[in-house]
Write a protein that binds this ligand. Sequence first.
Ligand code: ADP
Length: 502
Amino acid sequence: MTHLSSDFQNEELPNRARIVAQGRAWTNLIDGKFEPAASGRTLEMLCPSDGRPFCTIACSGPEDVNRAVDAARTAFEQSSWSKMTATERGRLLHRLSQLVMENFEELAALESRDTGKPLRQGEADITATARYFEYYAGAADKVHGETIPLPGGFTALTVREPYGVVASIIPWNYPAQIMGRVVGAALAMGNTLVIKPAEDACLSILRIAELAHDAGFPKGVLNVVTGLGEEAGALLSSHPDLDYMTFTGSPEVGTLIQRAAAGNHIGCTLELGGKSPQILFGDADLDAAMPVITNAIIQNAGQTCSAGSRLLVQQNLWDEVLERLKTRFEALIADRHDANADLGPLVTRNQAERVAGFMALAEDAGIPVLAAGTIAEDAPQGGYYAAPTLFGPVPSQSVLAQEEVFGPVLSMIAFSDEEDAIKLANGTPYGLVAGVWTGDAARSMRLARAVRAGQVYVNGYGAGGGVELPFGGFKKSGHGREKGFEGLYEFSATKTIVLNHG
Ligand code: ADP
């Protein structure tokens, strides 16, 4: 471990990322230049499949963060970017989308190795990332204002303007996709960006930033500084020269981000996870529902904000659903990322320990394990694997039913009727996504309206990346919306112009 700068006194470094003196180094991208942290410090990246180091990233400190914000400020106020038309910004994003697809295999393999997700999932993520750039490329010059009728010889109109310098703190579960939705929308709107990716997985973000550089974005428009959350992340989020901030991650860190935003009187978008219910009524098409319900909890080994982690089953269907899910869960295999199994390892040792802790707690509380998958026999010993597990019946107030496990753990809970289902669905602090499975159209709409969640799917779950669909939370799942046009507007402020023409 190297010596830490005097500005960073925290001795309690997480074990998920170790500071090392040197190594094969990925660098920051600041003001169009690729460079190591000013201190020379690096973090060693460990492959989740075997726990072995495979490269390093820059461990940024105050100097790097300050330079990145300064570069973004200069680019916003003084570079060709500030004069560029929305159509031209859209063209650059379109070029970036093309470059992502031209480098598809490399990016998918990188994302898969870095996060541990099966290659198949890495590929889906890169396709979605390119689609974000494509979508916002097309949207850039379709942002319209309003004219507002006023009495007495005035005409009023509104225009949407970029905030300016936006900071974005990104988690490790979907680095490329989350970068896609932030970069696509924020740059289409004309802002400049400083991204602080997660120290646990961030290589696709660095590579895509390099592609953005190749696509021709002016220097300073998109800056990436890697490093520890409690150092680089905290420095960036409290930087006094920011105009807006976005964060996706844990509720605990979300609180810190919102406090930092308040300190600078700026707004922020927070996406803080969920405990999303899938509600299965007696009249549902079980053949259609079972594979979707299973996938919604094992995708990315359950490390998905919108994972369908609670299955609410109408009581009379319990035995049949259990039998079907048991067969499915017992066939599931977790294996290394490049084996392309049903699921890969969890991202870090910390995360694997956290998930194991939830499972131990459930078993101590006497909650039965109804079914479990397996970890491949030849999966490397040092990897961070968790077998997919179905628990039930899970008491609705238990930790397992209330807290986000962020692992392949599904809680099965019985309900009696519609009213009971709604009560249970809304009975957690979260409200991100919900699924309703029923053959009754009127019931599906009643449920969709009654459930407090930012997205509700009827007879399905998730929608092919959902680039076009506003996404975000009710309650403690956060505030603000990403994706779609709402996500674009989120990165803008409305200016009202009033003309007195007598
Ligand atoms: P998780 O608990 O799932 O690892 P976190 O919320 O800790 O998720 O991390 C999400 C992002 O927030 C990462 O980029 C991480 O580096 C960053 N982060 C962690 N702690 C802080 C902090 N104190 N201030 C700002 N960013 C932070």
